[in-house]
Design a protein around this ligand. Structure first.
Ligand SMILES: Cc1cc2nc3c(=O)[nH]c(=O)nc-3n(C[C@H](O)[C@H](O)[C@H](O)COP(=O)(O)OP(=O)(O)OC[C@H]3O[C@@H](n4cnc5c(N)ncnc54)[C@H](O)[C@@H]3O)c2cc1C
Length: 296
């Protein structure tokens, strides 16, 4: 699995297949049932920490690609790459996703975790999502997807497969939208150098108003931005920058950026995460929650 994740970590999967259509997806699920093995759907593996032991079942790479447009409405497949999608949407003069340029991964991966950056989230322009729920294909309205900050109903229904999504965009100017995307990509490359083996931000930021009063008092007001406290700030205070365990390192320039410097192990990432969650809990009374998804 290490070759299928941006962190470059993970032992072998027992079975692997790529599903390029709904029919192939059904066939893959049928085979998993037949062999009585667990299955897991993979996008681009950019938000995953896979166990060093690997996965004892079938990994299904959902690579269903499609793209069609009817005025402001756009239909995209689960496996379409998010960046290529954004570039196309920009060129069509449709606005609303340009600031998310540079987030790696697929359309389905972005929907699963309600990916977002620089003030935009994937849920904002979504109208509905088509899924296979284990029995039927059906559409879920945006409301039914229960999107929140880096959260959605899909995190609670791991046996659902996202197959496609319908978006609706406002009008924009193609050149302006493309310029914004280009600038944001440049900014992002300062934080994430292109060859870095990492899964993006490790922990979610914290929604300030959800914290108990005792924890709120410990956070300086200037550290609350757009209603959130960055996990990076909390981690920096407890000394995370530059820490390492085995091949896993925490960036010196960003305390919420865990990366694999070579030969990194999932067990080392998990150990570091436990140590840092504990330190943040002791210092601030705040419980950090992983943004990355663990497999195994
Ligand atoms: C350098 C870097 C920068 C990043 N920056 C950001 C950022 O700014 N903002 C942000 O939100 N994220 C960021 N991320 C995290 C990551 O890119 C996103 O979470 C992305 O949306 C994951 O998409 P993916 O296709 O790689 O999903 P994967 O990592 O393959 O999977 C993520 C989850 O989605 C599920 N999933 C995938 N496809 C399907 C499907 N078809 N049906 C059902 N479930 C599915 C998987 O089972 C898994 O649980 C960054 C990652 C990296 C490496």
């Amino acid at each position: 699995m290490k070759d299928l994740t941006t962190l470059g970590i993970g032992g072998p999967a027992r079975f692997f297949c790529e599903a390029k259509s709904e029919k192939e997806l059904l066939e893959a699920l049928r085979r998993a049932r037949e062999k009585k093995v667990p299955w897991y759907i993979l996008g681009s593996g950019s938000n995953l920490v896979v166990s060093d032991k690997g996965f004892p079942g079938l990994i299904i790479k959902a690579n269903i690609r499609k793209f069609s447009r009817d005025r402001s409405k756009v239909l995209a497949g689960a496996g379409n790459e998010l960046l290529a999608f954004i570039r196309k949407i920009n060129r069509l003069g449709l606005g609303g996703v340009e600031r998310m340029a540079g987030i790696p991964g697929t359309i389905a991966g972005a929907i699963y975790g309600n990916a977002g950056a620089y003030g935009q989230e994937i849920c904002e322009n979504l109208r509905r999502v088509r899924i296979f729920d284990g029995r039927n294909f059906r559409w879920l309205s945006r409301r039914a997807c229960r999107f929140f900050y880096r959260d959605s109903i899909f995190k609670k229904h791991k046996n659902w497969a996202i197959v496609e999504a319908e978006f609706s965009f406002k009008k924009g100017k193609p050149k302006e939208l493309s310029r914004i995307s280009r600038e944001i990509i440049k900014l992002r490359e300062k934080k994430y150098r292109p060859s870095l083996l990492c899964p993006g931000s490790f922990f979610k930021n914290i929604i300030f108003k959800n914290l108990p009063k005792s924890a709120q008092k410990k956070i300086p007001p200037d550290k609350v931005m757009y209603g959130k406290v960055s996990a990076g700030y909390l981690l920096e205070v407890v000394g995370a920058k530059g820490l390492s365990k085995g091949g896993i390192k925490i960036a010196k320039h960003h305390a919420n950026l865990f990366y694999n410097s070579g030969g990194g192990k999932a067990q080392d990432i998990k150990k570091l995460a436990i140590i840092l969650k504990d330190r943040v809990m002791k210092k601030f009374g705040v419980e950090l929650e992983e943004e990355v998804q663990y497999l195994g």
